[in-house]
Write a protein that binds this ligand. Sequence first.
Ligand code: GDG
Length: 490
Amino acid sequence: MTTEFNPAPTDPEAAAEEPTTPMDAPSDGASFVVVANRLPVDRTTDDEGEVSWRTSPGGLVTALEPVMRRNGGAWVGWHGAPDEKVEAFEHDGFQVVPVPLTADEVEEYYEGFSNATLWPLYHDAVAFPEFHREWWDAYVVVNKRFAERAAEVAGEGATVWVQDYQLQLVPQMLRALRPDLKIGFFLHIPFPPVELFLQLPWRRQVLEGLLGADLVGFQTAGGAANFLRLSRNNAERKVKGDAVEMPDGRLSRARAFPISIDAQSFNDMANDPEVIKQSEALLEEIGNPEIVFLGVDRLDYTKGLRQRIRAFGELFESGQLDPSKTVFIQVATPSRERVEEYRKLRDDIDLLVGRINSHTADLGRDPIVYRHASFGRDMMAAMYRIADVMVVTPLRDGMNLVAKEYIACHDDPEGALVLSEFAGAAHELKQAYMVNPYDINGMKDTLLKAAADSPANRRRRMRALRKQVFTHTIDKWADDFLTELRGTGH
Ligand code: GDG
């Protein structure tokens, strides 16, 4: 049985469908535009009060910067401070186009609809998604603002690449304003199974929003298949292969483009003499254990921290892992601290780690070294260097770049990656030690196996993993997507 969407609405919340008057292309417009919730720059103020902007480190910016410079690019996004308007400016060879958000919009569009409705819904509803009509209204208003800003800066026939779940209505809105543009969209998080997506009261508007793109990219083939199935069965669109036929004859294509990292630069960073020194000091600091397990995650309920820490707790308490010889380092980077579910998670993890350490620690040494903090990139590389076993066990994850960063940084061929089947990365990193993060006993067995496997086995797996990560880089990802987008059309 299929569930059909409601017929075209007469409901007052359908602001996404208000008639729009097309706009003319600006004569000096950019030929390549990225639209993302955040700008790739951070503002800094020096001692004299002088304001400057610095490109924030991150794979996406690094990959897209050269394309932007080559093509006269512009990046449209929020600059991070509510209730403040910032004029567009040139930076590092491209145009930075800030979109203002009010404090209420940050609360309703960003913390609300994006992070307390869509985020949990798209991650298997591992936390309960909240549906609030005011949040949806703010989402529509903000998406429209982003679309209008992009329409103002894109030159005639330009390519516009919209990023992620906060901006799913932008492709359709932008197309209505500027039918001349080539529009791509990439979803960094999973696209859920149809049965879950249908819970969304505004499911039709979100789907139509995405179908405004010529090419919709997903992390996995499964995400693309969910999207195509939804279009065919629930929106009654004709689907041929990976293309959805639109009423005006246009095709909207859906395909997987697994995102990656700049493997070489991670590898270089991990081999920098300063980072090597840092990693030695870190080993010393944690008491030179025989085995180091490592987890690095944003503190998010999708990352499987509760289950992972319970598994380690049981292994230490039973003595299957010797607390005098083994350390589990868990870094949990502060994230979305104004969203209730995240505050609760933080308290739970504090309690859980405290309880395990107080039961099993030798005097003066904790088996779980837990840090709720953010570290510099060099420190991250130092941690990846010393980790004998990297533990990446999300309940659901679009891709998971930490898994790939570990592989790029850890050039000791005897490292091991324990990876959740439910991370997008599992489709590529097949030689990892796979776990079902809901199965605590299974996870415990695999953690022990990864730590105790023969060097030959570990080397064989690690070699294959490194080959995959070094041949499928973020540059290739951006290139594949943009090449495919260029080839789309009727
Ligand atoms: C979303 C999707 C998808 C973490 N702590 C620190 C730090 N990090 C960096 C890591 C890594 C990034 O943050 C986290 O990326 P992930 O991919 O692991 O996860 P999400 O943040 O959930 O990202 C995900 C991704 O988008 C890309 O499409 O893979 O599935 O959920 O790069 O290194 N970096 C520094 N200090 C920290 O303390 N410097």
